[in-house]
Each structure stands twice: as C-alpha cells, then as structure tokens.
Design a protein around this ligand. Structure first.
Ligand code: PMP
Length: 414
C-alpha cells in the first residue's frame, strides 16, 4: 500500500502548503475528474469552482481536447525541432488569427511564467532598453524575471537580487504610470483584470490609457492574459473590453484546454525581428510541443464553437446576482463582490473569514481558494461550460457555508 499521497506530499513536496490544505479540509488525494466535477479517493465529489485559476475553461477532460491529444500521441508527441511540427505551426497561425489586430508572431513556452520571460526578453531586445513597469498587486509568475514583475515581498524577498530596471506603480492609475515612464523604459506589463491580486477590475478606460501612453512614448505594452485570456472575462481576451491591441500578449493556463501545459507570447512582427539575426535568442525544448499544440488547437476550436466567452458573460451574470444577494444577506461577512464574466471574487471583511468560508465550502463539496496574494478575497473561476444548475449548487453551498461561518464566529465570540 505505502504511505498515503497526502502524507508523501507533506513530507517530500511542500509541508507549508500541506498545512494550508489541512486547514481548509482539502487534505485529500484527488482521484479523477470530469467536466466541472472532481472526485477524491474517498469517493467524495467536488464542484470545481476554482478551475485551476482560470485553466479549466473547458472543464476537466473535455472530450474534443482529449481526442485531439490522443490522435497526436499516436502520431508524434514530441517534435525533433529541426523539422517543423504541424500542430505547432497551425496553432501559431490560429493565434495570429484570433488575437487582436497586429499580433502575428508567437513564441511558445510551457507556462505563464515562461510566456512572461519571453515578453521581457523580446521587449528588451526590440527597444534596447532595460526598464519594465509593473503594477502593485500584479502577478506575472515566479521564475526570476517574472518574479521581478510580481511585487509581493513574500515571493520576492528570499530570492533577491531581482532583475534590475523594474518600477512598480499603482494598478489603474494612469498618472502614476506616466510619471514612471522614462528613457530607459522598454515596456509596461498589465493584467486586464488582476487575478492573483484579488480580482481587481481597473477603472474604465485604463487599458486604453495604457495603450495611448505607451504608444505616444514608443514603449511596448505587454498584456498579461495568462488568466484572463480565452473567454474567462466574457470576451475572448481581456483587452477586448476596451478594443486594445497590445504589442505583446502572454497566454497560458486555458490555452492547453485543461489537458496540456502550454504558454505563448504573441506579438507584433517587428518586435520579433531579433530572431532574424539571432534565431536562437530564445528557445525552449518543450515549448509548443505537438501534444500541447494539438490540445490548444482543439481548445480554441471548442471555445469559439461553443461561444464560451458569451456563455461566461451570461452564467457569470447569473452567479454575480446570487453573490450580490448573499452579500445583502451577510454584509458583516462580505465586503464586496466583483469581477467580469466567470472571473469573480468575493472580498470578505477579514482574511480569516474568507479562509473559514473556503473550508466550509470544501466540506460541502465546492472547491474555491483564497489568494495568498490578497487573502481577503476568495476567487471563483469555474469552467465556462457550467450551467445555471451548477451555479445554483455552488450558491446553495455558499449560503450554508456563510451560515456555518457565522455560527463559528458567534461561538468564538462567546
Ligand atoms: N501571469 C498571470 C496573470 C497569472 O495569473 C499567472 C498564474 N497565476 C502567471 C502569469 C504565471 O503562470 P504559471 O503559473 O503558468 O507560470
């Protein structure tokens, strides 16, 4: 039999995270998954309202993505790289077609952080300048370059020194951004909606403002769509809300259809010039491998065929109504509910209340998570394929969880 996997995780992978999982009652081992549901090894079923932070837009094991990966697995899962992989080349063309006007070139990696690393290197090579401006509460990954753009002391401090040339400005503030730009600035990186930062929606006009400011100053705009991309917010891309076309756009998470890991940095042709003189300036052995590319092609097809952005808007609106009603019922627990499409956040009046609610929800078979970046906010990012019946199921569990949390707090206060 051997030791149970949770204990192995705790001993050999991450004791700190194991402690957090134990606190929320998620000290379980997963068994299998289908659509919006996951089962643990005791047979308990959970409704997945976290969706791997915006990865599982199509739910778990979408049959069309699985079929595409199976077919590619039987043909050629791994590229030799000195020949061209057909699914990889087709995926690049597809991304050029569906991303905003002017984005035509693609670099493939295996994750969001790698997509961001590529964006940093491309921006520096193209402009010949070192500076990158990022935002407070922004999250761009945890590899050294991406980490340097993720201003969170808990993540950054033990890893210092970071990349030089990074400036941090408040999110949503165009004046502060303008003041931070100087002759050393290569690029500005922004999330259309901050995810890890606690589902922060910027003021109307912010993305357009960033575009105008950067354009005026000859600085690149990098839109980090790792979490917002591919329908999550109710449009295919987060920048579509303001009709903005950045110079570089990073994608990952949902791009692999919830089946394969893949990351992509999509950009303007001129920004990719460096590869003409210097073909191996940036590369990754597994980046955009045929299996991942086949998954991504199928994922894009399903996303468009099933109108998932529209569906996210509709089902997300219904979920938001339910959340607002619960906020009205429990104003002492819930401070704010916000977001767009199916990228929603519940801000609790206190971080511990959020943690208690997450634990109560897990008990009732609904998976969510509080962000370590902004612990007062519990994020809801369910698969975009869910229906109103799943929302009703989650809202019923949330209502019960809020009542249970209230009882627990009353008990604590005597
Ligand atoms: N950018 C954004 C906006 C993200 O939300 C994330 C992951 N949460 C990343 C980058 C990093 O992606 P990965 O974990 O795949 O490296």
């Amino acid at each position: 039999m051997g030791m149970d996997p949770f204990t192995l995780f705790e001993r050999h992978i991450n004791p700190g995270l194991a402690g957090l999982l134990r606190f929320t009652g998620l000290d379980r081992t997963e068994s299998h998954a289908e659509g919006p549901y996951v089962w643990d090894t005791t047979g308990k079923r959970y409704l997945d309202f976290l969706g791997l932070y915006g990865t599982l837009n199509l739910g778990h094991r979408h049959p069309k993505v699985v079929a595409a990966v199976e077919a590619q697995l039987r043909r050629m899962p791994m590229s030799v790289r000195v020949l061209v992989s057909e699914p990889t080349a087709r995926l690049a063309a597809k991304l050029a077609e569906i991303t905003p006007e002017g984005l035509e070139m693609v670099f493939f990696g295996n994750s969001g952080a790698e997509a961001v690393e590529a964006a940093i290197k491309l921006a520096r090579a193209y402009t010949g300048k070192p500076g990158i401006v990022t935002t407070q509460g922004g999250f761009h990954g945890k590899t050294m370059g991406a980490l340097s753009l993720t201003p969170k002391p808990e993540y950054q401090d033990p890893a210092k020194p970071l990349l030089p040339g990074v400036k941090v400005v408040p999110y949503g503030d165009l004046e502060a951004l303008e003041a931070a730009l100087d002759e050393d600035t290569a690029a500005v990186i922004v999330e259309p909606i901050q995810g890890e930062g606690g589902i922060r929606v910027p003021p109307e006009g912010y993305l357009r403002g960033v575009r105008e400011l950067t354009q005026k100053r000859g600085i690149l705009m990098i839109a980090d769509e790792v979490q917002t991309g591919l329908g999550r917010t109710g449009k295919l891309f987060g920048v579509d809300w303001e009709g903005v076309s950045p110079d570089l756009m990073t994608l990952a998470k949902a791009l692999g259809g919830g089946v394969m890991p893949i990351g992509a940095c999509v950009g303007r042709r001129e920004v990719f010039e460096v590869f003409k003189q210097n073909p191996l300036y940036h590369s990754s052995t597994f980046g955009g491998n045929p299996l991942a590319a086949a998954a991504a092609l199928a994922a894009i097809e399903v996303t468009l065929e099933e109108n998932l952005p529209e569906r996210a808007l509709e089902v997300g609106g219904y979920l938001m109504e339910g959340l607002k009603a619960l906020q009205g019922e429990f104003p002492h627990l819930i401070e704010d509910v916000r977001g767009r499409g199916l990228m929603l956040g519940i801000e609790f009046t206190d971080a511990d209340i959020g943690a208690l609610v997450v634990a109560e929800l897990a008990e009732r078979g609904v998976i969510t998570a509080f962000g370590l970046n902004n612990p007062k906010v519990v994020r809801l990012e369910p698969p975009l394929i869910i229906g109103k019946e799943h929302v009703d199921e989650a809202l019923a569990a949330l209502s019960e969880s809020l009542k249970a949390t209230e009882r627990a707090l009353e008990g604590l206060l005597g």
